[in-house]
Design a protein around this ligand. Structure first.
Ligand code: 13P
Length: 248
């Protein structure tokens, strides 16, 4: 079993002072646990949080990147800019980017490929909508997203897949443990066609969507769940660290 990764996606929340305080509390409380921690603040707080986390063992990630190395891309941030300020990871293909910015699997794949080329690890997000779940096409949807978003250069050390059903994000609704296990085992078998057997077996698969300290224990025990991508509950050090302490 790969070591669990507990990742916090802070989304578009907080100012520099709150980011500094939150990162400091996570760094102070993190080293006793048997999982890796990653925090993904907004771009504006990355430099500050990078300084706070230095030597803490808590990893730093960004929430998006552009696929080009530099150039005329107003408002975008390149992979080199992220490694320059100490990022280890970048999230690509979050459902909020897929819906707010119309990001396709092909675009997500190009961002992931650029990130890997530039030395970042990636968390590639996938997940079905509520109507896809209800119509019985969840497995096929997620399979299409994984196959379409995964670069050829992905392996188990540079790539993490996060399964985040769109209908579970920020809603308090969580799939059953049977649904989570079924999807994670499906993603694992899809990876067997895309990677070497050993990479497919050891690529970390995170669950995301309304994870909190109360439901973390049962979610983190589901088949082939190797950690969590946490939104709301990552904005308080206490609840984020409690999720980490729930790792089996
Ligand atoms: P919530 O934990 O707030 O549901 O958000 C999940 C998410 O989107 C993490 O990327």
């Amino acid at each position: 079993m790969p070591k669990a990764l507990i990742a916090g996606n802070w989304k578009m929340n907080g100012d520099i002072a709150t980011a500094r305080e939150l990162a400091g509390a996570i760094a102070a409380g993190s080293d006793a646990h048997a999982c890796d921690y990653l925090v993904c603040p907004p771009f504006t707080a990355l430099t500050e949080v990078s300084g706070v986390l230095a030597d803490s063992g808590v990893l730093l990630g960004a929430q998006d990147c552009h696929s080009a190395a530099s150039g005329a891309h107003t408002g975008d941030v390149s992979v080199g800019m992220l490694t320059d300020i100490g990022c280890h990871y970048v999230i690509v293909g979050h459902s909020e980017r897929r819906s707010d910015h119309g990001e396709s699997n092909a675009l997500v794949k190009s961002k992931a490929a650029a990130a890997l080329k530039g030395g970042l690890s990636v968390i590639i997000c996938v997940g079905e909508s509520e109507s896809e779940r209800e119509s019985g096409t969840a497995l096929a949807t997620v399979e299409r997203q994984v196959v379409g978003s995964l670069p050829e250069t992905s392996n188990s050390t540079n790539t993490v897949i996060a399964y985040e059903p769109v209908w579970a994000i920020g809603t308090g609704k969580v799939p059953t443990t049977a649904q989570i296990s079924e999807m994670h085992l499906h993603i694992s078998s899809v990876l067997e066609n895309e990677m070497s057997d050993s990479d497919a077996a050891s690529t970390r698969l995170l669950y995301g969507g309304s994870v909190n300290p109360e439901n973390a224990t049962e979610i983190l025990r589901c088949s082939r769940v190797n950690g969590a991508l946490v939104g709301g509950a990552s904005l308080k050090a206490e609840s984020f660290l409690a999720i980490g302490q729930s790792c089996p």
